[in-house]
Design a protein around this ligand. Structure first.
Ligand SMILES: *Cc1c(COP(=O)(O)O)cnc(C)c1O
Length: 232
């Protein structure tokens, strides 16, 4: 597999779902990958990437941005393929919040009130806000982050009303042993009910299913870059 294979499959899935071309964003998840593989994907022109750890992102992306981002505004506006867009898809600890806001254009893992409150304050003092997705634990797995679906509506309302946070959409990581489609459909229902249209769902093994269920953001790692080393 490679980026171009995945782009082709993504395009076919979008078309098969009867959805408009360009309605699904492909986030290339580069965590743990050798820098050479990431560089090759950057050189091919892809600009949307995701990481699951703030510290790891901070070690590689400032250099890539310095190298690949067009230097000034005029160049940015005319440049093909444009500026790097970085998405945080893994858990966010409060003490890494400010670093995360320096690095990331989108956060997919808002999962608790205390983080929403701190995010709101930080966003106000910075005067800019990343795209925010609320992670939902549709599988109700004890060890997994994410808001319990029963509490989601109230949490969305608190984020919007009390914290004045613009919520782009919802994100899910289905339980490994379940058919993902049930979880994708549930996430889409939860989003619709809350008036949200962003759906961050689908990974290497199931992004086409996610697109059929309405995904607007798919997070694909190993199918683009190759298998990750899973530690010693
Ligand atoms: C690693 C990761 C992905 C990508 O997983 P692949 O199976 O390699 O495509 C997607 N989403 C999250 C939250 C991840 O941590």
């Amino acid at each position: 597999m490679s980026l171009s294979d995945i782009s082709v499959r993504l395009g076919r899935a979008v078309e098969a779902a009867g959805r408009p071309t360009g309605s699904v964003k492909l986030i290339a998840i580069s965590k743990v990958q050798p820098l050479g593989r990431v560089r090759a994907v950057l050189e091919s022109g892809h600009r949307i990437f995701g990481e699951n750890r703030v510290q790891e992102a901070g070690e590689k992306w400032p250099d890539f941005k310095a190298e690949f981002d067009p230097a000034d505004r005029a160049a940015r506006e005319t440049a093909q393929p444009g500026k790097i867009e970085l998405h945080l898809v893994g858990p966010l600890q409060s003490n890494k919040l400010n670093r995360a806001l320096e690095l990331f254009d989108a956060i997919h893992s808002l999962d608790r009130d205390s983080l929403a409150r701190k995010l709101s304050k930080a966003v106000q003092s910075r005067g800019s806000c990343p795209e925010i997705f609320i992670q939902v634990n549709t599988g109700r797995e004890a060890q997994k982050s994410g808001i319990d679906p029963d509490f989601l509506d109230a949490f969305v309302e608190t984020c919007q009303r009390s914290y004045d946070l613009p919520i782009r959409g919802l994100m899910v990581i289905p339980p490994v042993d379940d058919a993902p489609e049930t979880h994708f459909r549930q996430l889409a229902d939860l989003a619709r009910r809350n008036g949200l249209d962003g759906l961050s769902m689908g990974m290497s093994g199931d992004f086409e299913t996610a697109i059929a269920c309405g995904a607007t953001h798919v997070r694909v790692g190993s199918a683009i870059f190759g298998a990750r080393k899973t530690g010693p």
